[in-house]
Every structure is written in structure tokens, then in C-alpha cells.
Design a protein around this ligand. Structure first.
Ligand SMILES: *Cc1c(COP(=O)(O)O)cnc(C)c1O
Length: 404
């Protein structure tokens, strides 16, 4: 029998674009994971805001295995029942009239940006192609999405990059006013900047973007890849603001761990994605859509969404208790179960150092940039696991404080 794979195999056999932790998790249940050595971890990372129902949730396992015995793949030469069911649920539960499916968040944004350009081209001609997005924004890793994203390090060395993209300041409407004009086809924004540091948009900002887009006949695109599907305590974060986009992208939690992405839009815009304009072999794959349907209908219930608000308070209280003892954080922010804690001056840039320390204590957490600790746990993480995870976090914090 071949020996079990090891972390060293990563360096031997895989491209060096990631630097994974030493432990290799092999099994998960709820908000707990176990590695090859049988060590147990509490999961506050949630596969980066993906495992919204924890690991191996019975409803998702059931949907996946049932579909695995029916049909796996057809391509878009045929439609399929799971895709039709998921599209209908998304349309009935949101502003949208139409859904498009793909396999990741980056692809969903790629589709959204292409649709915005194509819609403007169809109605106004090719001059109206300017896209306004925001500094620190993250929209994926394809060349178009890193270019729209607002972190230059992600497009460095990959040029020439697509043109016609400008970046304004997040939560600063004046900076958008300076850039927007009648050649603008879209303003693209994350209602909560995730990778950029877990920063929610202000109410005035989101309302102002809607007005500016309407004045200049530009489309408002919400990237809800990270903030969507219950993460903020409502199905989509735009619902907190009462402001409706023209296009919304969704992925991550939508599959609860199975790769799926989606783009939602209105009947006004959708016709520009006419036959032949765009597509993906796996988009709307039956397995992905069956799991997506189970995840969506399980999460979009008062039981789960109200629980998110309650758990948010618990996370905040625990972090504040830790902060009162150690003065680690300058600000604790976020919505629902997307929580960021910005490091105080004394610990500037040290968020990442907490990750291996927490792992040693049996806790998985995330960062968002060098200065923000991030947590994106399961939306149904048991309260006992929150207690235990926070106790483990405090042990890791004690170590970090002891080192500095
Ligand atoms: C993760 C993320 C993406 C990219 O999704 P992938 O599935 O990694 O392609 C895009 N936008 C936001 C806001 C994200 O958080």
C-alpha cells in the first residue's frame, strides 16, 4: 500500500502559488476538523467563508449523494432539473429575474463584468465601457477580475491588463463622483470588503452609488461572493441596505463546499447575455446545483439567519473580553459571521502570526491582509464550539503577547 501523502509532497508536486499550513485535515463534521494525526481543530475559518453549514452537513451530503446516483454532467447542450430548481429559488428570493451559473466567484465576476460591458455596448455603443471599482477590493484571480480588483500586487507582472478600469476610494462617494461619467458602464462594489479587511460599506455610500449609477445610466454590480448566502444575517447583504443592484455575483457559501458560482440580474440587463455571448462547460452542473439548492434552502430560513445575528454578538463579546485583557485590537467590525478585528498599533502587521499559534491550540482562523484577523465560521456553529474556540484563541493570543 502506498504511504499517506505528506505536506512535503506539496512542495514536490504542486506549483508554489500557495503556502499551506503543515497540518493536513482529513475529516470534518460540523465545526470540527481532524488532521492526519487525529488532532482536532475548531473551524472559525470555514474554508474562507465557504462551509456555511459546517463540514458534511446532512442536508448537503444527502443532496450530493442523491444527485450522484442520477446524473453528474450534461453540458449546456441540455438544461437540467437541479439548475432549473436553483435558478427559480434564487429568483424568487432576490431582486433578480434571471440567473447564470458557473463554478467559482472569479468566474461569476468575469461574467458580470462582461455582461455590463456588453449591455452598455448594445444600448450605447463601445465608448461606454468604463468600469469603476474600489481600492482594496477583491473580485477573483482571472486577468479581468484582478484588474478590476483594487490590490495592485495581484496583477503585478501579468500585464498588459485590460483597460478602461479605474479605482475610487471605498466608502468615499466624492471619489466616485470625480470618476463617473456617461462613459461609465458599471460600478462594482463588495457591500462588505472581505479580503480588503472586512469593512462594511456605509448606508450613505451604497445609496449614493445607486443614485450615481442611475444618473449616468451605469449598472450597479454587487460582488456578494463572500458576503452572500446568509453570511451577514440576511440572504444577501444588499437586503440590509435596501438598495438593489442590477447584477449580483454569488459563490463561496452558495455551494457550502461544492464549487459553484452564480450571477443574478434583471430582465432589463439579461438579454445582452444572448445565445453565444458567454458560457462555461461546467456552469449549472447538476451536482453543484443540487448541493447549491440544498444549501440555499437550508440557510435562507429564519432559524439559521436569526442564529447568525445571535452568534455575531457572541463572537463580538468574546473578542472584546480578550481585547480588554491584551489590547490586541483597534477595532472589531463586520456583519453577521464575517468578523474582522484590526490589530492595535502595538501589534501592527502581526495578524498572520496568530494563525500558526492558533492552529497549535487547535483553532483555525483567517486574516484579511496583514493587519486584520478574520473569522468566517459556519453559520450554524454550535455555541459550545464558539466558547471552546475563543478559549483556544485566548491561549494563542497569550503566546503572541508573550513573544512581543
Ligand atoms: C473569494 C472572492 C472572489 C473569488 O472567488 P473564487 O471562487 O476564488 O474565484 C471574488 N470576490 C469576492 C468578494 C471574494 O471574496
Amino acid at each position: 500500500m502506498a504511504a499517506s501523502p505528506t505536506r512535503d509532497d506539496f512542495d514536490h508536486y504542486m506549483t508554489p502559488n500557495y503556502s499551506p499550513q503543515q497540518a493536513i485535515p482529513v475529516r470534518g463534521e460540523g465545526s470540527r476538523l481532524w488532521d492526519q494525526e487525529g488532532r482536532e481543530y475548531i473551524d472559525f475559518a470555514g474554508g474562507i467563508a465557504v462551509n456555511a453549514l459546517g463540514h458534511c452537513h446532512p442536508a448537503l451530503v444527502k443532496a450530493l449523494t442523491a444527485q450522484a446516483n442520477q446524473v453528474w454532467h450534461l453540458s449546456n447542450v441540455f438544461t437540467n432539473e437541479p439548475a432549473l430548481k436553483l435558478a427559480r429559488e434564487l429568483v424568487e428570493r432576490t431582486f433578480a429575474d434571471k440567473a447564470y451559473f458557473c463554478s467559482s466567484g472569479g468566474e461569476a465576476n468575469e461574467a458580470a463584468f462582461k455582461l455590463a460591458r456588453r449591455w452598455a455596448y448594445d444600448h450605447f455603443g463601445e465608448k461606454k465601457h468604463k468600469i469603476i471599482s474600489f481600492k482594496q477590493a477583491f473580485h477573483g484571480r482571472t486577468l479581468f477580475t484582478v484588474s478590476v480588483g483594487g490590490q495592485p500586487k495581484y496583477s503585478e507582472g501579468f500585464g498588459p491588463v485590460p483597460g478602461g478600469i479605474v479605482h475610487a476610494e471605498f466608502n468615499n462617494l466624492d471619489s466616485v463622483r470625480e470618476l463617473i461619467d456617461d462613459d461609465t458602464c458599471a460600478v462594482v462594489v463588495e457591500p462588505i470588503q472581505g479580503e480588503g479587511g472586512v469593512t462594511p460599506a456605509t448606508q450613505d455610500f451604497i445609496e449614493g452609488l445607486r443614485e450615481l449609477c442611475d444618473q449616468h445610466l451605469a449598472l450597479l454590480v454587487f460582488d456578494e461572493v463572500q458576503s452572500g448566502v446568509g453570511r451577514s444575517g440576511k440572504l444577501y447583504t444588499y437586503m440590509h441596505y435596501g438598495v438593489t443592484p442590477d447584477i449580483l455575483t454569488t459563490a463561496k457559501a452558495l455551494g457550502g463546499g461544492f464549487p459553484i458560482g452564480g450571477m443574478l440580474t434583471t430582465d432589463r440587463v439579461a438579454p445582452s447575455l444572448a445565445v453565444g455571448t458567454h458560457g462555461s462547460t461546467y456552469g449549472g452542473n447538476p451536482l453543484a446545483c443540487a448541493v447549491g439548492h440544498a444549501a440555499l434552502t437550508t440557510i435562507d430560513t429564519p432559524e439559521v439567519l436569526d442564529g447568525v445575528a445571535r452568534r455575531h454578538e457572541l463572537f463580538r463579546e468574546h473578542l472584546e473580553v480578550i481585547n480588554r485583557k491584551y489590547g490586541l485590537f483597534k477595532e472589531i467590525r463586520g456583519m453577521g459571521l464575517l468578523i474582522g478585528a484590526e490589530m492595535s498599533e502595538a501589534f501592527e502587521g502581526k495578524a498572520r502570526e496568530l494563525l500558526p499559534l492558533a492552529l497549535e491550540q487547535g483553532l483555525m482562523i483567517l486574516v484579511a491582509g496583514p493587519n486584520v484577523l478574520r473569522m468566517a465560521p459556519s453559520l450554524v456553529v454550535p455555541e459550545a464550539d464558539i466558547q471552546e474556540g475563543m478559549a483556544r484563541l485566548e491561549l494563542a493570543v497569550e503566546q503572541l503577547v508573550g513573544q512581543s
